[in-house]
Design a protein around this ligand. Structure first.
Ligand SMILES: CC(C)(COP(=O)(O)OP(=O)(O)OC[C@H]1O[C@@H](n2cnc3c(N)ncnc32)[C@H](O)[C@@H]1OP(=O)(O)O)[C@@H](O)C(=O)NCCC(=O)NCCS
Length: 208
């Protein structure tokens, strides 16, 4: 069972008259979710160029400069509609994956999540643990009402983590994305604030 997480840094700041949320550092029992920085560029290059990751994230890079440009999109401070964070293993201080909020609409109080973990860390509950606190941040600090996720129809691991977190399948987005010349069918999932608040923790109780 997951316990002991807390928001280390959740302050908001006033910039150019717009209330903005500082990209947070979040702590769980085994993980630290923290802003990415220049030192993480080599990790991101190697990570997204693994076939098991790029196949479903639809991200890959030809050069370090492409990674820098990519990271720049997720760390911009003005009109922040998306941000990406690193998942760090507390025991080794190694980066093992990322979590992302994107398409954040403050008007609709809605955003999408993305996530990926290096293959050697699959099957240990790390993504569930990371998303549990990241989604809490979304509802409690970003004040979201709806969080959505899309995942390839063949991505069984991703479907499982979303279902365990309480996400509901809404439908299939046919040929939604095109990557390396092929279209992919995606399942769209969502969870509403009221569902999150009443969901309990049965998703992981049988795993502890
Ligand atoms: C999607 C992805 C993050 C899922 O990773 P994962 O490790 O399977 O997910 P979780 O962290 O929820 O781990 C769950 C598994 O860990 C097991 N587990 C082991 N120890 C555990 C613990 N202490 N707590 C919870 N679960 C534990 C669970 O039983 C479960 O195993 P199962 O799948 O065999 O039932 C990973 O497959 C990935 O990065 N894929 C490539 C990128 C990708 O697809 N991203 C999503 C695009 S939409």
């Amino acid at each position: 069972m997951i316990s002991g997480y807390k928001f280390l840094e959740t302050k908001t700041e006033q910039l150019s008259g717009i209330k903005m949320i500082t990209i947070p550092t979040l702590k769980t029992t085994r993980l630290i979710i923290r802003p990415l920085n220049e030192k993480d560029i080599d990790f991101l290059f190697n990570h997204y160029n693994q076939e098991e990751i790029s196949r479903y994230t639809l991200i890959s890079f030809n050069s370090i400069d492409e990674v820098k440009a990519f990271l720049g999109q997720y760390t911009a401070k003005s009109d922040m509609r998306k941000f990406k964070e690193g998942i760090e293993l507390r025991s080794t201080q190694q980066l093992i994956g990322t979590v992302t909020f994107l398409n954040w609409s403050k008007k609709d109080r809605c955003a999408e999540i993305g996530y990926d973990l290096s293959k050697e860390y699959w099957g240990k509950g790390f993504m569930y643990e990371a998303l549990e606190v990241f989604i809490r941040f979304g509802f409690e600090v970003m004040n979201l009402n709806r969080i959505e996720a899309t995942t390839n129809v063949r991505n069984e691991r991703s479907r499982k983590v979303l279902t365990r977190l309480g996400f509901i399948q809404e439908g299939i987005l046919r040929q939604k994305y095109r990557f390396r010349g092929k279209f992919s069918d995606e399942i769209i999932f969502s969870i509403l604030r009221e569902e999150w608040e009443t969901r309990g923790i049965q998703g992981m109780q049988d795993k502890s």
